[in-house]
Ligand binder design. Structure first.
Ligand code: NAD
Length: 442
């Protein structure tokens, strides 16, 4: 059992902290956000993740996890401090490392015994070297500090499961001591460990995320071409998936990738390449395709409807994917402002993300349009002139084709997630447009 501190209680830090406690370590999670800490202490998770609350309650009750804003008490005698703070993108595409720097400084000024600092946040190649140097420069006491890279691969929506049953754990170290300690910390997880140097570990994270982003954008690009040549992207994907070299995952075409990782990590790697005088053409293409893909349904609908002004528009799904309350880079955020600008009266439904969206776009008049949040899908669809589907929540997938026909003023549906069978929508009398498939006309 090790004494572990975790800096940052977002999707990565909190889930890591809870899972370390679950396998028997003594964990203190640190955040600067007092409200979050108070919530967690009262047993409420500040983020929506399946299974997280149960594990929080269980491990808090057994005394294996605590939450605090007092970093000094958490860091001073920790065996290892995991950093899971945000590294958001800056306007030029580079990663903002200011939160990492703050934590590094706090660690340097606080620790009272030898300590392994582990960077879980996604950071540009070479950052761990800099963090180590930075900590050495500001270290107050005569203690040993090593920095290790341990990038995180969890996916929001299945974060707890992904952490407890990860396919691999990447550890990037520059000393035997760091490698051995981190290996021991992860031993109770019984997950294969890939041990490499720090820069390779940092690169593995970007290379993995950007490969997945590329795969998505490639399928979206092919989907757009499918529409033009009369092919069906879902049939094409099935045909491709039998090839083991391609695999059967991440072949779904849609309205583009969102979330806190793929958009920022593609831009960050493009930036890193440019810094080194190299043009990363493949990743740049993924970024470009994704930008265009987010608007593909809006463009189609604009041509078909001429104007959104005064129309009731149903929006089903606000989060960037199901199973999370996260809106970062969601398709809804790319499209709703456009619809509002055009004077649409939006009725939005999301089983989990509506509150977060309402903080950004309060209910009521917004420019020439307006937005209303509804608790039931039927209320969004009733008398709507058009419906956009942005997230494939189970509740939305369960809506029958006939429901659009019976509730909407005009059953016109733009589906960014290819939820429905085209023929079934056509049979139900719904005018239906999706991604990479032929439209269904009444
Ligand atoms: P997040 O924004 O959800 O959470 C970051 C947390 O850090 C916030 O609660 C913030 O208050 C806290 N924080 C900021 N400064 C702090 C400080 N000085 N001390 C303590 N806490 C502080 O971020 P996230 O989505 O968990 O991502 C964290 C990192 O992990 C990023 O680099 C991200 O790219 C990477 N990552 C994210 C995911 C994901 O799915 N979200 C997956 C893999 C990797």
């Amino acid at each position: 059992m090790y004494k572990i501190a975790v800096a940052g209680t977002g999707y990565v830090g909190l889930v890591a902290g809870v899972c370390f406690a679950e396998v028997g370590h003594q964990v203190t999670c640190v955040d600067i956000d007092e409200k979050k800490v108070a919530l967690m202490k009262s047993g409420v998770s500040p983020i929506y993740e399946a299974g997280l609350t149960e594990l929080m309650l269980k491990n808090y009750a057994s005394g294996r996890i605590d939450y605090t804003t007092d970093y000094k008490s958490a860091y001073k005698d920790a065996d290892a401090i995991f950093i899971g703070v945000g590294t958001p993108e800056q306007p030029d595409g580079s990663a903002n490392l200011s939160h990492i720097a703050t934590v590094a400084r706090q660690i340097a000024e606080t620790i009272e015994k030898d300590c392994l600092v582990v960077v879980k946040s996604t950071v540009p190649v070479g950052t761990n070297d800099k963090v180590e140097q930075f900590i050495q420069d500001f270290l107050i006491r005569d203690v040993k500090v090593d920095v290790a890279s341990n990038p995180e691969f969890l996916a929001q929506g299945s974060a707890v499961d992904d952490t407890l049953h990860a396919e691999r754990i990447i550890i990037g170290t520059e000393s035997k001591w760091a490698e051995e300690l981190l290996t021991k910390i992860y031993r109770p997880f019984h997950i294969p460990i890939v041990s490499v140097n720090r820069r390779s570990a940092e690169m593995i994270k970007y290379a993995s995320n950007d490969f997945l982003a590329l795969k998505i954008s490639y399928m979206n690009d092919i989907a757009n071409l499918c529409e033009l040549v009369g092919a069906d992207i879902q049939d094409v994907a099935i045909g491709m998936s039998f090839d083991e070299r391609i695999g059967n995952k991440f072949l779904n075409a849609g309205i583009g990738f969102g979330g806190s990782c793929f958009p920022k990590d593609t831009k960050a790697l493009d930036y890193i390449a440019r810094q080194h005088g190299y043009e990363l053409k493949t990743v740049k293409a993924a970024i470009d395709v994704n930008k265009q893909q987010k608007r593909v349904l809006y463009e189609k609908a604009s041509k078909r409807l001429i104007t959104f002004n005064g129309l009731k528009v149903a929006v089903l799904g606000l989060t960037f994917k199901p199973g999370t309350d996260d809106l970062r880079e969601a398709a809804s955020l790319a499209n709703i402002p456009l619809l509002l600008e055009q004077g649409a009266d939006i009725y939005a439904y999301d089983p989990v993300g509506a509150d977060n969206f309402e903080r950004l776009y309060p209910a009521g008049k917004n420019g020439t349009g307006s937005i209303t949040y509804v608790a039931k899908i039927e209320h969004a669809l009733k008398d709507a002139s058009v419906c956009f589907i942005f997230t494939e929540w189970g509740e939305i997938k369960a809506v029958l084709p006939e429901t659009y026909k019976s509730l909407m003023r005009t059953p016109l549906v733009y589906d960014g997630r290819n939820i429905y069978h085209v023929q079934k929508m056509q049979d139900a009398g719904v005018e239906y447009y999706s991604i990479g498939r032929k439209p269904a006309r009444k």
